[in-house]
Design a protein. Structure first.
Lengths: 291, 391, 260
């Protein structure tokens, strides 16, 4: 019984990390209509920033703030330099460029920090005992983080002018532009929010798995992307749903020793099956091609 | 007879074969007379493998217009299954050419079956979604072979495969390049290829014109995977040890870089890019050691970004028009611009110039709330002409 | 009347998108060699009917018969093979292919031009023979539409009017019994429209064709259509010969609004 509860809670917190990353994917897809393949590597950059600033200041909070700011700047720069020139070009061209950016960030990180993985400790949060169930502190932290972020984001989109403008752009970019929405500005804001979330996700991932290398963000990135697609890309609740689903599945699979090595295969298998049954994911909008 | 052959431009169709054959003969003579280092032979094997991979991906991305991010997965299937067959056969048939041929066929067919399986979602999914399915496929294949038992596929340690005579393996590899080229070019430059390009240009119109879209999509997926599988089997013979981790996402991207660098939809471009990148890979690996090895990836990344932006950025369109290779050629050598190619004479011409806008037909127009527009009536255009006429 | 043969017959044809009935109880009967018009205001469901007849949408109600054979629910390809070809409202050519190749794609499924993969991979003599014959046939078709000069141009480089003609030529290449034209005159000037009218008549006469067309240009409709069906909000307002249908008070109200 305890195992089941801890597994579920671990799954939820892992799912929270995925959901935070998936939000970045899904918002960018919804608004800029592109797959930002480099999103996973922003996580890695965030984690490295935490490592460096932690070394200088010794304060995890300052380090996190620094990482969020740095990632926002990086995300916006990447958008301006690599993606903006391709606005209006084919999705394939943008996708390939994003893959290039992902490669670029990984190799830059390797040049700066070397190949050997670094062990980064972001302060120990201890364990919390609920009756006989022992839960790691970072798990709770991640869960709280996720809930706060999700709530804030939902409120932001629902009640602020900027949030409504983002919705408008994702519905119909042309119409939004005609109504006086600054589409380029909105896209920049989207990348900023996504990258900031990626930095937070970097912090949470670092607490869970403290070995930092230049491919630190790749797997969580791909998984989170899977989550975004499962939930229905472009949909914010979809990203949360997909992330949490994937996190729980992964955590459960890892607990069963027979299928543990195949966890990745199972997760991607789920993705394929869901895409075949519901090509637009759980909460994605169905689009009909006009004839 | 020969003159007309050159005049009509038919020789263009055979030019790439000719160049490969000439180079192959030169290298074969060098190799068989003992004048070639084994490292050079290894390099040639790698180049041939890359060429097959690049051409096979090129038909998927450039001609069918579907992006595959899991091409290394097909290669992986070919390498493991073909490699396993060759291990099993080596006690029966030895490690000779018969063994190689049987393994090639088995590896290729197994990969083609996977190609059809991945192609099935392609009938429903498009663009980004399909790219993700191929990515997932690649990761699944990698994971399955990585976790296989030691007795079956060697698990994490990898599968040991028979070695093949170094002096001749690259020759066989290049002959396979020629076969790949012949099959792919002949299919593309025929009514079947025309149907495929029609699907790429407009799937809806192709269906309405009676083209069996399902059949042709699966055909191209199967063909592409088949040759990737063949490349995988060659890889297993060349390396004698195959590890699943090698066939990850990064390898798929490397193949994609070749195709993009060579120019989408250009078979010859893919060949040249494959040779160039593989050559640089091997050479750079000896020059850039340790932490510097990463510079290689850095260069790829930059090349990829710059080429794609240069080729596709809307604001560079005028610049591109002005400074094409063709214009440069005319300027340097003073040739009169080649007059329009006659479609009738260049019978085998594959339409290679692809407008990337049409490559991926992801429909990004949001579904209309006003459902009356579902029937496709443009909201204002016809009514304007209506008013005009009624006057 | 009951035993009369129709090339196309729809019985109580209808389709729903969610709660919306885009077409309801549409009964169209087209006799051989007729030019039949489908008219109505924007959003009346005309293209939806086309899409159901060609298999893009599966009707939720009713049946469609081609020469007495039921075709609703079949795939687009199969319906094309059975003998229905169409053009599109917003022209859909194979833009990166030359004009002649566009038509050759249309000839793809003619039985005399079928060659297998084996033949093309090994370049057997049959491959070259068939390619040559297809090209000649395509050129013959292009000549009928005055496009033989442009045959080596990319389809996207053609002027608008010629693109429309090329689309018709491509549709004809598939050897249909019934040709569906979706707003063939849209965006054309009066002179081009006259030319088009002539072309459509010629197609009917030379190919012994039956034609169903959607059109907004009433002069074209009354000029060439033998019969029309007027649709509004997915339902039939009037049916029959052109002048009767157009003078129907319901039709006038649909076009001009309630005030009149």
């Amino acid at each position: 019984m305890e195992i089941i509860i801890t597994t579920l809670i671990n799954g939820l917190s892992l799912g929270g990390i995925y959901a935070m990353i998936a939000l970045g994917y899904t918002m960018v897809y919804g608004i800029a209509k592109m797959l930002n393949f480099a999103h996973g590597d922003i996580i890695m950059v965030g984690a490295y920033t935490i490592m460096v600033t932690l070394g200088i200041s010794g304060n995890p909070i300052i380090a996190t703030i620094a990482a969020v700011i740095f990632c926002i700047i990086l995300g916006v720069c990447v958008e301006k330099v690599a993606y903006k020139p391709l606005r209006g070009a084919s999705p394939l061209a943008v996708l390939i460029t994003a893959i290039g950016v992902s490669y670029l960030l990984q190799s830059l990180a390797q040049i700066a920090f070397g190949t050997a993985p670094k062990n980064v400790s972001v302060g120990n949060m201890g364990t919390i005992a609920l009756g006989s169930v022992k839960i790691q502190g970072y798990t709770i932290f991640t869960l709280v983080c996720t809930v706060v972020v999700m709530t804030a984001l939902t409120l932001f989109i629902k009640y602020t002018k900027l949030g409504k403008a983002m919705l408008a752009v994702s519905e119909d970019r042309g119409a939004a532009q005609l109504m006086g929405v600054n589409v380029n500005g909105i896209i920049t804001v989207t990348f900023a929010i996504g990258s900031g979330l990626a930095a937070l996700a970097g912090l949470c991932t670092l607490m869970k798995a403290p070995l930092l290398s230049n491919t630190f963000g790749s797997m969580p990135g791909i998984k989170a992307f899977t989550a975004a697609v499962i939930g229905g890309i472009g949909s914010i609740p979809g990203a949360m749903l997909g992330g949490i689903l994937l996190g729980v599945v992964e955590s459960c699979c890892n607990k069963i020793s027979v299928i543990a090595p195949y966890t990745d295969a199972i997760e991607f298998g789920i993705l394929i099956v869901i895409l075949l049954i519901r090509p637009t994911g759980f909460l994605g909008k169905k689009r009909r091609e006009k004839v | 007879m020969i003159k007309s052959f050159f005049k009509t431009g038919r020789f263009r169709h055979y030019l790439n074969y000719l160049i490969i054959v000439v180079l192959l003969v030169v290298f074969s003579v060098m190799s068989l007379s003992g004048g070639m280092k084994s490292s050079s032979q290894y390099l040639l094997e790698k180049i041939a493998i890359s060429m097959i991979l690049a051409v096979s991906l090129s038909i998927l991305v450039g001609f069918l217009g579907e992006l595959s991010l899991g091409h290394a997965g097909f290669m992986c299937v070919g390498a493991y299954l073909g490699g396993k067959v060759s291990v099993l056969l080596s006690s029966l048939l030895g490690e000779g050419i018969v063994n190689l041929i049987i393994s090639l066929i088995v590896g290729g067919i197994c990969a083609a079956v996977c190609g059809i399986i991945v192609g099935l979602p392609a009938l429903r999914l498009k663009g980004d979604y399909l790219a993700i399915v191929t990515l997932a496929f690649g990761e699944i294949v990698k994971s399955l072979f990585l976790n296989s038992s030691d007795a079956s596929f060697g698990g994490a340690l990898g599968l040991k495969t028979p070695r093949f005579d170094r002096n001749t393996l690259f020759i066989i590899a290049f002959i396979l390049v020629l076969i790949t080229l012949a099959v792919i070019q002949n299919v593309l430059a025929s009514r079947h290829g025309r149907a495929v390009t029609a699907i790429r240009d407009s799937e809806i119109a192709a269906r309405a014109t009676g083209i069996n879209v399902t059949e042709y999509k699966l055909l191209i997926f199967a063909m592409s995977a088949f040759f990737a599988g063949i490349a995988g089997v060659l890889f297993s013979f060349s390396n004698q040890n195959i590890q699943a981790t090698k066939f990850g996402f990064n390898y798929s991207i490397e193949i994609l870089v070749m195709v993009v660098l060579g120019g989408m939809g250009s078979i010859n471009g893919s060949l040249i890019a494959a040779a160039l990148i593989t050559f640089l890979n091997v050479k750079l690996a000896t020059v850039l050691t340790g932490n510097m090895a990463v510079l290689q990836n850095l260069i790829y990344a930059l090349v990829l970004i710059i080429i794609v932006i240069y080729n596709n950025a809307p604001f560079l369109a005028a610049f591109r028009e002005k400074y094409t290779l063709h214009n440069l050629w005319t300027k340097l050598f003073g040739h009169r611009a080649e007059h329009r190619r006659d479609d009738e004479k260049s019978w085998a011409r594959i339409p290679t110039k692809i407008n990337m806008d049409e490559l991926l037909s992801v429909d990004t127009t949001p579904e209309d709330n006003r459902a009356v527009r579902l029937d496709g009536d443009k909201p204002d255009a016809p009514s304007a002409s209506d008013k005009e006429r009624s006057k | 009347m009951a035993e009369e043969k129709y090339v196309l017959e729809t019985k109580h044809l209808g389709i729903r998108f969610g709660g919306l009935k885009a077409a309801n109880d549409v009964n169209i009967r087209i006799r051989k060699n007729q030019i039949y018009g489908l008219i109505g205001p924007n959003g009346a469901g005309k293209t939806t009917i086309f899409n159901m007849v060609t298999g893009v949408y599966t009707p939720t109600e009713g049946e469609i018969y081609l020469d007495g054979e039921r075709i609703d629910g079949l795939t687009q390809e199969t319906i094309n093979h059975k003998g229905i070809a169409r053009t599109f409202q917003n022209i859909r050519l194979f833009n990166n292919m030359t004009v002649v190749r566009n038509v050759m794609v249309g000839l793809h499924n003619k039985s005399e031009y079928k060659t297998g993969l084996f033949t093309t991979i090994f370049r057997l003599p049959k491959h070259f023979r068939v390619e040559h014959e297809m090209r000649e046939e395509a050129k013959r078709l292009l000549a009928l539409f005055g496009l033989e000069e442009e045959r080596n141009e990319l389809a996207s480089n053609l002027p608008y009017g010629k693109q429309r003609k090329l689309e018709i030529a491509r549709a004809l290449a598939t050897g249909p019994k019934l040709l569906l034209l979706d707003e063939p005159a849209a965006g054309m000037n009066p002179q081009e429209t006259d030319e088009l009218t002539e072309t459509i008549r010629r197609v009917r006469d030379e190919f012994d064709m039956t034609i169903l067309l959607i059109e907004h240009d009433m002069s074209l409709v009354s000029g060439i259509c033998d019969e029309v069906t007027v649709l509004n909000f997915g339902t039939t307002l009037a049916q029959g010969n052109v002048s009767d249908a157009l003078s129907d008070p319901e039709v006038i109200r649909a076009y001009l609004g309630d005030d009149n």
